[in-house]
Design a protein around this ligand. Sequence first.
Ligand SMILES: Nc1nc2c(ncn2[C@@H]2O[C@H](COP(=O)(O)OP(=O)(O)OP(=O)(O)O)[C@@H](O)[C@H]2O)c(=O)[nH]1
Length: 130
Amino acid sequence: MLDRCICGTQEILLVYDITSYPMSEESETQPLIALVGNKIDLEHNRTVKPEKHLRFCQENGFNSHLVSAKATDSVFLCFQKVAAEILGIKLNKAETEQSQSVVKADIVNYNQEPMARAVNPSRSSVCAAG
Ligand SMILES: Nc1nc2c(ncn2[C@@H]2O[C@H](COP(=O)(O)OP(=O)(O)OP(=O)(O)O)[C@@H](O)[C@H]2O)c(=O)[nH]1
């Protein structure tokens, strides 16, 4: 996957500070790495299969996140999970659901449809969910 991210590149320079010894050999903890798949609002245009995303995470020991930077709810949840993992906190269901917006829709009873329209003609009574 990395080769795809840097396609068209002929060389990559890794620059470090010769006056500061790399911390990785002295530090006992390694940073957590997560793979974040963006644009999940464009599921119909998906070209990276979910299995491939998950396999890559499993093979490399990465955490997995799927977000849409456009529909920002999932981005907040992603950062919430990352922060919880760093702090060693286990998020409960209520905590993970609080950042996900609830979509509300009217329930249509077609048998009473004419009456419902007469009572509240300005409200739409049709809902389409994708
Ligand atoms: N639908 C959708 N569009 C997105 C999302 N995130 C970014 N985009 C759009 O994708 C385009 C590229 O976004 P950038 O923020 O410029 O990302 P980038 O990595 O610099 O993109 P490139 O320069 O194309 O590699 C923009 O038109 C964004 O509006 C998303 O979650 N959903």
